[in-house]
Design a protein around this ligand. Sequence first.
Ligand SMILES: Nc1nc2c(ncn2[C@@H]2O[C@H](COP(=O)(O)OP(=O)(O)O[C@H]3O[C@H](CO)[C@@H](O)[C@H](O)[C@@H]3O)[C@@H](O)[C@H]2O)c(=O)[nH]1
Ligand SMILES: [Mg+2]
Length: 192
Amino acid sequence: MNDRIKIIDKEVLSDNWYTLNKVTFEYTKNDGSVQRQEREAYDRGNGATILLYNKEKGTVVLTKQFRMPTYLNGNKDGFLIEACAGLLEEDNAEDCIRKETEEETGYRIKNVQKVFESYMSPGSVTEILYFFVAEYEDVMKVNDGGGTDEEEDIQVLELSFKEALRMTSNGEIKDAKTIMLLQYAQINSLLA
Ligand SMILES: Nc1nc2c(ncn2[C@@H]2O[C@H](COP(=O)(O)OP(=O)(O)O[C@H]3O[C@H](CO)[C@@H](O)[C@H](O)[C@@H]3O)[C@@H](O)[C@H]2O)c(=O)[nH]1
Ligand SMILES: [Mg+2]
């Protein structure tokens, strides 16, 4: 696909839960010279995320859960407020996010709108994340949420949009996908 890149070797360094590969490749620089380089790339599949919002109430639904990698790196209690998200399985991103929304937040939503897609850590993680927004109403709540996985322990938060935006400024919300979705909602006036 790119004749400036020639993959020489791909070595699996770890495949315990997800896969960490070391890729050796020849890279042709802008000046035409060829360099041999190595990069580690963590492959944990792709994901989808969604902002649920209610115009009339001026609210959004977010989740709160323990995230070990953040606990290892400065997040005091390790809990993170995030937009609902999940890894893609066999299904396409849209079906995946509908299913994930019901499992994690308890809302059975109808129409979802794809807004953009983004690599979240392009220097080290292969994952591309698909971003969605959807309107929700109280009557769509069909269960308590929380996740289906035995180790999942997800708290569902319904916050005013203003409060959620404030939390992105004061550091209470520190998750990229969540900040991106809240700012998308603000820029596009999804809520008053
Ligand atoms: N035992 C074990 N379980 C794991 C490990 N890593 C993840 N899991 C479990 O695998 C499940 C994955 O849950 P999902 O809801 O599908 O994914 P997610 O972790 O919420 O990921 C979403 O958010 C990430 C962070 O923003 C995104 O990177 C990702 O794309 C996705 O959108 C969770 O139950 C989690 O505990 C691991 O190393 N060991
Ligand atoms: Mg999740």
